[in-house]
Design a protein around this ligand. Structure first.
Ligand SMILES: [Zn+2]
Length: 243
């Protein structure tokens, strides 16, 4: 399906990012623009097979003629992220003296004056969502799985990577959404710099235990624990603990 005009319909965008591994075909960065490989003035249609995705830097290089089109075509046929099976690391920029974690409608505040490391979610002693203060930066770590236990999203001290095997992965504004199909969201996280994170959907797992997050609650099926709209201030590094 092709259409005229500068507006690119959503299904066409999705088809392009799926084929390109949800990142710039040259460097894999999940911050990108949809780009016609040949000049718009020549093609004048949105044919997904003729389009690719490039990060702002590589897009600018191509526009100025510093990045040869042949190189873009080569990268488009073997996109960076598909060669590695995971996305290129994307740096998150958290900082400050306090943080807010909104976790399936449950809110937690923490002030780092006393503790340099906090765990917002601990399962069987393992800090599943952890934030550490270091040299003025806040370093976020978390891992989100699907229900079968496959790793979808990994943030390791602010370095965000995701699996490119998912049906769709999209970073729109501050919000990263991973889908298994149309309107089927597996994980959704909003990275609100400098110091907040909102987790709307996802599965956090450790040692056979799983915590499911939905926009309005969290659920630990094994213990039949459901929590919604709680609000607390973390003290002594303690957030949710399931042991
Ligand atoms: Zn790039």
């Amino acid at each position: 399906m092709t259409q005229n005009g500068r507006y690119i319909p959503e299904p066409i965008k999705r088809q392009i990012r799926q084929r390109c591994g949800f990142g710039c075909v040259i460097c894999g960065l999940p911050l990108y623009e949809y780009e016609h490989m040949r000049e718009w003035s020549i093609v004048k249609e949105h044919n997904p097979d003729e389009m690719t995705i490039l990060c702002p830097t590589h897009h600018a290089e191509k526009t100025r003629g510093l990045l040869p089109i042949a190189e873009v075509l080569t990268a488009n046929s073997k996109p960076h992220n598909l060669r590695f099976g995971m996305s290129e690391a994307f740096p998150l920029r958290y900082s400050g003296d306090s943080c807010l974690v909104n976790f399936g409608s449950n809110r937690f505040m923490h002030d780092f004056a006393r503790d340099a490391v906090i765990s917002a979610l601990t399962i069987r002693g393992y800090p599943v969502i952890r934030i550490k203060k270091q040299d003025g930066s806040l370093l976020l770590s978390l891992r989100i799985f699907d229900k079968e236990g496959k790793l979808l999203l990994d943030v390791d001290e602010n370095e965000l990577i995701f699996s490119v095997d998912s049906w769709d992965v999209e970073l729109v504004g501050k919000r990263l959404t991973i889908r298994s199909g149309l309107r089927a969201i597996l994980a959704q996280v909003e990275f609100v710099a400098p110091s907040a994170i909102i987790i709307n959907r996802g599965t956090f797992a450790y040692d056979g235990f799983q915590v499911q997050v939905a926009p309005d609650h969290i659920l630990l099926e094994k213990y039949n624990i459901r929590m919604e709209k709680t609000s607390a201030r973390m003290n002594g590094g303690g957030g949710f603990r399931f042991d």
